[in-house]
Design a protein around this ligand. Structure first.
Ligand code: NZQ
Ligand code: ZN
Length: 396
């Protein structure tokens, strides 16, 4: 039976060529007085995007202050810096210009400004979130889906802990999405983005509970689309339709649409496994996901081979046989081959990391929040199972 659900997507999406020209007027509609323009290392300045945005703000008479320097796997220290700057400058709106890392950092700043006190408390689940300062974004990378999700993931340098904080208060007021802004992405980041988009839908797909027929079909259609356009973009990074499809898929894959009406909340073990890899080894999130996927999928599929087999049939048109386990394995192999075809790493070696046994032990311990939780839905994973999955990815 279809499960009850709440679908909450308050973010206004302005999508298309030159959409960033509307930044000033969209910010003005928020009725704020001073904006923090938050961005990453260099891509937004180099491409001229920051200049266009600040011009658009000036044209609307909006005062702003800038803070760049957000790095992939965004750091808590930058969030602290942003909170301090915003307090000093009287900022009342945050504009993130970038990908998931910049948006997540903006959400961290938003939480900190709203509550006061130590913002890490929300990522370590010490205090409940009650609100967030308003945030908008100009998206430059189709991947994390943070532009429409209720999630923020921050890395605390003290202990290299990468943790998420989820609350609807952090959902963006608006998201400006011009697919052309992603033309400048290195091929590696486009690939990482495609994997992350797929995983947000696949995490919601792998459940043992009943699912909604429409949601399954939407999920499978989204995955087929990303598989198709990831290959198109590998050949031609300037393909507008490819960029547009990936950008919209990024948002739809993580705004709740591809899980609505499903009874389980999803699996999410691959994401949690990756977060420890990102925290300890600073790998790109999407690359970490494809590097752990094969090992995870082979470890868990026997709990629900039908779900894997169906995905292979729907996404890659694999024919079904009487043997569901072998169909499931064929599906896992086909996803693996697809990742290889877009140059996504499929094990730790290809990811460029070589964790020692002690490091695998440490990642596994951290992954259970030091013994406080298990992972997964399709198969529940404790520390020993987590260790096996990491070890298999290291040995592959
Ligand atoms: O810093 P700059 O110079 O801008 O370079 C960035 C960065 O090095 C570059 N880039 C971005 N747009 C570009 C560009 N380069 C050229 N042209 C452009 N148009 O890309 C690099 C990666 O950026 P980043 O923001 O880190 O990538 P992504 O969007 O994949 O975000 C990854 C982060 O999001 C988290 C991940 O864990 C990771 O920390 N996630 C956030 C989620 C959420 N909030 O809902 C969900 C995800 O599952 C994920 O965990
Ligand atoms: Zn992700």
């Amino acid at each position: 039976m279809v499960a009850d659900f709440t679908y909450y997507t308050p973010t206004k999406v302005v999508f298309g060529k030159n959409a960033e020209a509307e930044t000033g007027s969209l910010v003005k509609m928020q009725g704020c007085k001073k904006v923090l323009v938050h961005y990453g290392s260099e891509s937004a300045r180099k491409s001229g995007l920051l200049g266009k945005i600040t011009t658009s703000l000036r044209n609307e008479g909006i005062d702003f202050v800038e803070l760049g320097g957000v790095v992939p796997n965004p750091r808590l220290s930058k969030v602290h810096e942003g909170i301090e700057l915003c307090r000093k400058e009287g900022v009342d709106f945050i504009l993130a210009v970038g990908g998931g890392s910049v948006i997540d950092s903006a959400k961290g700043i938003g939480y900190g400004l709203y509550h006061g006190g130590e913002v890490w408390d929300f990522y370590s689940q010490k205090r409940p979130i009650e609100g967030c300062f308003p945030i908008g974004c100009v998206l430059t990378l189709a991947a994390a889906g943070s532009e429409m999700s209720n999630s923020s993931v921050i890395t605390n340098e003290d202990g290299n802990l990468k943790r998420g904080a989820n609350n609807d208060a952090s959902r963006l007021k608006f998201a400006i999405m011009n697919p052309e802004l992603t033309y400048t992405l290195p091929a590696y980041q486009t690939m990482c983005g495609a994997v992350d988009i797929m995983m947000h839908t696949m995490e919601r797909y792998f459940i043992n509970e009943p699912s909604m027929h429409l949601t399954d079909e939407l999920a499978e259609g989204l995955l087929r689309t990303v598989v198709h356009y990831a290959k198109v973009l590998k050949k031609n990074p300037m393909d507008y339709d490819g960029r547009a499809n990936l950008m919209w898929a990024s948002s739809l894959s993580h705004n709740g649409l591809t899980g609505a009406g499903n009874a389980g909340r999803g699996d999410w073990a691959p994401h949690q496994l990756e977060h420890e890899m990102g925290g300890m080894f600073d790998v790109a999130h999407g690359a970490g996901l494809s590097a752990i996927w094969d090992s995870w999928a082979r470890f868990v599929f026997d709990q629900n081979p039908e779900r894997f087999a169906r995905l292979g049939e729907k996404v890659f048109s694999l024919s079904r046989t009487a043997d569901v386990e072998s169909d499931a394995l064929k599906a896992i192999e086909t996803f693996h081959d697809f990742f290889v075809s877009i140059d996504a790493p499929t094990n730790f070696k290809e990811l460029g990391i070589n964790p020692t046994e002690a490091e695998i032990e440490e990642m596994s311990e951290k992954c259970t929040f030091f013994g406080k939780r298990t992972l997964g839905n399709i198969k529940v994973l404790g520390k020993e199972e987590i260790k096996t999955i990491y070890t298999n990815a290291a040995r592959a």
